[in-house]
Design a protein around this ligand. Structure first.
Ligand code: SF4
Length: 85
């Protein structure tokens, strides 16, 4: 399975559109496909608890708050203890 660079752990963002490929050191566009085998970065949009309500915006189903808190699909979730693959 392939992912865009911005959705991989091998991508180091430089600005909103581009960044560095950590393995090759080359400047790459964030929304182009990364090579096969690159690792998916945990983000809300990949989490089973994410409930999308609009394009890339939703709520976190694991939230105990009422109402549940807003979550962005592109929010990086490496520190979220409730992230579910
Ligand atoms: S559990 Fe964490 S990773 Fe999953 S949607 Fe909620 S905040 Fe995002």
């Amino acid at each position: 399975m392939t992912f865009t660079y911005r959705d991989t752990r091998e991508f180091i963002p430089v600005d909103a559109d581009k960044g560095l490929d950590r393995l090759t050191g080359k400047l790459v566009q964030a929304d182009t496909d990364a090579p096969a085998g690159y690792t998916r970065l945990p983000k809300c949009k990949f989490c089973k608890n994410y409930m999308e309500e609009a394009a890339n915006i939703g709520v976190c189903g694991a939230s105990a708050m009422d109402p549940k808190f807003m979550a962005y699909g592109d929010m990086i979730a490496v520190t979220c203890e409730s992230y579910a693959d």
